[in-house]
Design a binder for this molecule. Structure first.
Ligand code: PLP
Length: 373
């Protein structure tokens, strides 16, 4: 399906949050992907010591990012430091990659999955590109054959996100490799957004960087992994042939990124043990279990996330429209995201974010509500 979203529409996300905030009752808000858990301790200490630093350290950092941060990212991702551009979140890195795809003058179509994180079609349209969405398999796996059939000389880029928002699916390395081949066969690029890379509950996640290809861009950020969506520190790992242009575009748009935020992240990368990430995953596993157990009681279908932190639920006779979501806010006291915000394939579903310690209470409310209906 090709669509023509207005790129400048206010994201539906804001409308749901505003509606929930204005409700005349207590609402468990499971809309946004803003973590409610603590960042690493070294993130806070890094920020505190930064505040006492030399005025020189309050000036522009290098446009492509602080040297020690890029070095730490390159070491962790096992790539050449020159390929790393530190950006204002994965959001900017995705934009830079998509702009590069348009600039190559090798097609103007973005092949996306359905369902899809809504900012990709928004960015594609903003860049003057066309959007084609290929429905995923019923179990959330990307439909490689469907993507292959849809790809053509018009395709500028295939965009993937794994672990996936909203389906929670962790794509296999083989599927991503096949899609890199599909992109290459059509003189297109592949973008893989790995912003949820620390939230893999299967142990199966493998970064697309392991493919070691010169037509694949990988993006990620610390927004989710360090519970700091407000800091705006992300990055893109670009192929050698694209990194200079990405760096130039980043500089012309932003000059550079936020230095205190980057310094705090660099400190946290140096000092945070793996146990921090493991304990966050444990918390999320508990929330997934509690939420899905209660959804069982509500008689709902649901997805059990392999990664990321969203559950899609489907209640019979109650599709994931904005008006049904509003009804759940008013009558059940639970706010989720309408499935229709992610495309057509999951428009019967509602997405619930697990960024709340009241996930079980929310599912109990849903069970009571649907029991009475
Ligand atoms: C798939 C995906 N990509 C990118 C982002 C934005 O990440 P960042 O805060 O790093 O810009 C999000 C945020 O929810 C997301 O779900």
């Amino acid at each position: 399906m090709t669509d023509s979203d207005d790129a400048y529409d206010e994201p539906l996300f804001y409308r749901v949050i505003q509606y929930a905030a204005a409700a005349d009752r207590d609402v468990v808000t499971m809309v946004s992907g803003n973590p409610d858990w603590d960042p690493p301790t070294a993130l806070r200490t890094g920020l505190e010591s930064y505040a006492d630093g030399d005025p020189q350290d309050f000036q522009y950092p290098p446009s492509e990012g602080l040297g020690d941060l890029r070095e730490a990212i390159a070491a962790r991702r096992d790539v050449d430091e020159d390929r790393v551009v530190v950006t204002n979140g994965a959001a900017e890195a995705n934009y830079l990659a998509m702009a590069e795809a348009m600039e190559r003058d090798a097609g103007a179509e973005f092949l996306l999955t359905d369902p899809v994180y809504p900012y990709y079609p928004g960015k594609a349209t903003m860049l003057g590109g066309a959007v084609t969405r290929v429905p995923v398999h019923e179990d959330g796996r990307v439909d490689v054959a469907g993507m292959r059939d849809a790809a053509s000389a018009e395709t500028a880029m295939i965009v993937l996100n794994t672990p996936n928002n909203p389906t929670g699916t962790v794509y296999s390395r083989d599927a991503v490799a096949e899609l890199a081949d599909v992109a290459a066969a059509n003189d297109a690029l592949l973008l893989v957004d790995e912003v949820y890379d620390h939230f893999d509950f299967t142990g199966r996640f493998e970064s697309a960087l392991t493919l070691d290809r010169d037509d694949v861009v990988v993006t990620s950020s610390f927004s989710k992994s360090m519970a700091i969506t407000g800091f705006r520190v992300g990055y893109g790992v670009f192929p050698d042939s694209l990194v200079d242009d990405a760096r130039a575009r980043h500089m012309l748009v932003n000059v550079t990124g936020s230095r205190p935020a980057q310094a705090a992240v660099a400190n946290a990368l140096r000092e945070t043990p793996p146990a921090y990430y493991e304990s966050v995953r444990d918390t999320l596993r508990e929330r997934i279990d509690a939420f899905t157990d209660a959804l069982d009681a509500a008689g709902a279908d649901y997805t059990t996330p392999e990664g990321a932190f969203y559950v899609l639920a489907r209640f019979e006779g109650f599709p994931g429209t904005m008006s049904n979501v509003q009804q759940l806010i008013d009558e059940a006291g639970v706010a989720g995201m309408p499935g229709e915000a992610f495309g057509d394939a999951y428009d019967d579903w509602i997405r619930f974010s697990l960024c709340t310690d009241r996930a079980k209470a929310a599912a109990d409310r849903l069970a009571t509500y649907f029991d009475r209906r």
